[in-house]
Design a protein around this ligand. Structure first.
Ligand code: CA
Length: 228
């Protein structure tokens, strides 16, 4: 949605310019920072709708920036898309576990970048809509309006993607969702389907749910379901 505010934290000048140019052209407001320190300051001061975060930054790196933003109540809700180097799958997993919502591998085309940005920004109002009734299965309660999950009454902090994933699965206990359906529902229809990232998010979600993580069952060759 034009007018929304995106912060870009990236030390490589040409990539920073490429992203800024394309986002501005689409009507987004853009704030840029070339280091982790400056990026943290900019995000805390301006509270953007989305952060694009390079992981390999001099000084305070992207992981540290992600951790700091997700730890603070003021910035924890801001979605983060990581910019990662090709072949650095361990970085992707680590970043998603720290609470990042998505990732884009460099080099990327402006079209892919814009699609991901749109997909992440579009799903925000849905999950924040008021008045949606909570889903309660076993000891897990999901409050769509408040974007909140509790297990046995204890609050569990999830990323947007993990929340949407859990919400989808728990909305029909016992029903098997294919990875493709999950990707469609969780990431929006403009982003490319990546089955593997679904698996990564499931691993992260199970871990955060603790004992209740066992309710999310893998159905071999098909996908996932929430135990009915
Ligand atoms: Ca870099």
């Amino acid at each position: 949605m034009p007018g929304q505010h995106v912060a870009i934290i990236e030390d490589e000048e040409d990539i920073l310019e490429l992203i800024s140019y394309n986002l501005r052209k689409e009507g987004y407001r853009v704030t840029t920072a070339k280091s982790g320190e400056a990026g943290l300051l900019a995000v805390r001061n301006t509270l953007p709708d989305l952060v694009l975060l390079d992981l390999m930054l001099p000084g305070v790196d992207g992981f540290e920036v992600c951790r700091s933003l997700k730890k603070s109540a003021e910035t924890a809700h801001i979605p983060i898309i990581m910019l990662t180097a090709k072949g650095e799958e361990a970085d992707v997993v680590a970043g998603l576990e720290l609470g990042a919502d998505d990732y884009i591998t460099k080099p990327f085309s402006p079209r892919v970048l814009l699609a991901r940005v749109r997909a992440i920004l579009r799903r925000k109002p849905e999950t924040e809509s008021e008045g949606s009734s909570p889903i309660v299965v076993h000891d897990v309660a999901i409050h769509p309006g408040r974007h909140e999950v509790t297990v046995g009454g204890v609050h569990v902090a999830l990323t947007h993607t993990e929340f949407n994933l859990l919400h989808l699965l728990a909305s029909r206990p016992g029903w098997v969702f294919t990875r493709y359906q999950i990707v469609e529902a969780v990431r929006g229809d403009n982003s490319p389907v990546t089955d593997r990232s679904v698996d990564v998010h499931v691993v992260g979600l199970r871990k955060k749910l603790g004992e209740a993580g066992r309710y999310i069952e893998t159905v071999r060759g098909m996908g996932y379901r929430f135990k009915g």
